[in-house]
Design a protein around this ligand. Structure first.
Ligand code: FAD
Ligand code: 2HG
Ligand code: ZN
Length: 506
């Protein structure tokens, strides 16, 4: 019986603000992107005093930042893998001001980099050279929450966690959830088509975002706001901006469809002896938990240890090669618990589940979730981490971690794998003391060649950004990339929106 499994809760967890990093005085440690990756600047204009005066007149002096100390955090990405050298940060308050900024930049041939919470993991959110950073942080108004339809309409600068809380206040569950929720913004989420922890249940943002407003490179405002799931009036243009990573337009507003909050949420954190047992357990989770399954996550031994040790956690179980976090969200706790029990007992009887804990208490659920959510941060806490976010066929899902471990055995690195196994999305991480060209070259392009041979995706959810542009051809045909280029040229003929990102350099 699963109830015989040890249940111990004494996790003392750090604050939920996971992703604020302090760069003050430390930024020189991060090499400039242009030097590390040998990039040539496109032929854009350079900002001058007249440009600064124009922006000050348009959006107000206090929202035009030119002091380099105040910009340094915006020049460096969360992973400290990319560093630009922008001399100008603009903080407009709405789509009208963004439109004025872009019209001007277009006429002056000035490049820009849109920035949300700067939690992106592929170097897309920071400039490569001196692009003007346009922060969306002031577009943070929640315009409406419709309890009947479940639609939340808000500015693109709203922090994800605030939207989650507001949704909860209205009996709704925000369909997106991820470890950076305290810092990332819905506009950044939309423009990366962020996946996160519950895609298995609620699908991707392509489905949840019903309407979007975007400012184009020309400065024209494209209003695609809609409150309807069903709208087959020609080409579905909103999808171009969801996942475009700021290269086709600056998102200023979204309408998101939220499901009703579930009255019964349960979580199991279980230990498994092998990856084969993980696969069997996933199949059984779908079979026994079916429509109430809302998350299915994998954590391997090293990921688990890093999270637990870095954040001094006291996990309910330990000492196993694999762990899974399985969550259900339903409307009848008695039924849900029954289903969960059958599933867990079956797994234990067959030796696929060795140990675990099961709870429906919200406090305990969030403690368990933190073991998983803190893994990515634990891997960068005292050094650097090469992060790969790939889709792979489930049969071959974990093999690459073992292959990479063998490949990297002469380096002082930790190779681990975790992620959204329910969506075939592996996070392969190689954690080390600091960035090294030798380690970098040993991993890349190998990891993408390997992924491509298995017909996987070189970016399952984080996007292409700056760091993966060279590898786009490993997942997209020439024909597809040409079409992407044509779309980019049509919408942004001067290539001023987030240049050097997404499309490979020609
Ligand atoms: P930023 O990082 O600021 O920007 C990301 C990209 O979007 C950039 O190209 C930027 O130019 C563009 N952009 C930002 N705002 C706009 C806008 N309004 N209009 C147009 N372009 C814009 N990602 C996942 O998919 N799933 C996860 O589970 C997940 N977990 C994470 C956990 C941690 C601890 C961290 C640090 C990151 C995680 N991420 C995850 C990555 C990251 O949080 C997401 O990519 C997120 O969507 C980025 O949002 P942001 O507001 O920080 O955007
Ligand atoms: C997650 O699922 C994020 O935790 C981050 O997508 C993954 O850092 C990573 O590799
Ligand atoms: Zn993820």
């Amino acid at each position: 019986m699963f109830s015989s499994i040890r249940v111990k809760y004494s996790l003392i967890l750090s604050s939920a603000k996971l992703v604020k990093r302090n760069y003050k005085g430390n930024h020189n440690a991060v090499e400039l992107t242009k030097d590390r990756y040998k990039i040539k600047r496109n032929n854009y204009s350079v900002i001058n005093d007249k440009d600064i005066s124009f922006f000050e007149n348009q959006i107000g002096k206090s929202y035009v930042v030119t002091n380099s100390d105040d910009i340094e955090g915006n020049n460096i990405d969360f992973l400290r893998s990319c560093r630009g050298n922008s001399q100008l940060l603009l903080k407009p308050k709405n789509e009208i001001e963004i439109s004025q900024i872009l019209k001007y930049c277009y006429s002056r041939n000035l490049a820009v980099c849109p920035q949300g919470g700067n939690t992106g993991l592929v170097g897309g959110s920071v400039p490569v050279f001196d692009e003007i950073i346009i922060s969306l942080q002031r577009l943070n108004e929640i315009y409406s929450v419709d309890e009947i339809t479940g639609i939340i309409t808000c500015g693109s600068g709203c922090i994800l966690e605030n939207l989650e809380n507001e949704a909860k206040n209205h009996g709704l569950r925000f369909p997106l959830d991820l470890g950076a929720k305290s810092t990332c913004q819905i506009g950044g989420n939309a423009s990366t088509n962020a996946g996160g922890l519950r895609v298995i249940r609620y699908g991707s943002l392509h489905g949840s975002i019903l309407g979007i407003e975007t400012v184009l490179a020309s400065g024209n405002i494209l209003d695609l706001m809609s409150n309807f799931k069903k709208d087959n009036t020609g080409y579905h243009l909103k999808h171009l901006f969801i996942g475009c990573e700021g290269t086709l337009g600056i998102i200023t507003k979204v309408a998101v469809l939220c499901p009703a909050i579930s009255s019964s949420i349960n979580v199991a954190f279980i230990a498994l002896p092998s990856f084969e047992a993980v696969l069997k357990t996933f199949v059984k989770a779908k079979k026994y938990l079916g429509e109430i399954l809302s998350a299915c996550e994998l954590i391997d031994e090293i990921s688990f240890k890093r999270s637990v040790e870095t954040f001094n956690l006291n996990p309910p179980i330990s000492g196993y090669p694999f762990y899974m976090l399985i969550e259900t969200s339903g409307s009848n706790n008695k039924h849900d618990e029954e289903k969960f029990n059958i599933f867990l007992n079956n797994g234990m009887e067959n030796g696929e589940i060795l140990d675990g804990t099961f709870t429906g208490e919200p406090g305990k659920i969030s403690e368990i979730w933190k073991i998983r959510e803190l893994v990515p941060v634990s891997l960068i806490e005292d050094g650097y981490c090469f992060k790969y976010d790939i889709s792979l066929p489930l049969r071959d899902f974990y093999k690459i971690v073992l292959v990479m471990r063998e490949r990297m055995k002469n380096f002082d690195v930790d190779v681990c794998g975790y992620g959204h196994i329910g969506d075939s999305n592996l996070h392969l991480n190689v954690a080390c003391k600091g960035f090294s060209q030798d380690i970098y070259r040993k991993i890349e392009p190998f990891v993408f060649e390997y992924t491509s041979k298995l017909k996987g995706s070189v970016s399952a959810e984080h996007g292409i950004g700056f760091l993966k542009t060279k590898y786009l051809p490993f997942s997209k045909s020439d024909e597809a990339i040409n079409l992407m280029r044509n779309i980019k040229t049509m919408l942004d003929p001067k290539n001023i929106l987030n240049p050097y990102k997404v499309l490979p350099q020609e």
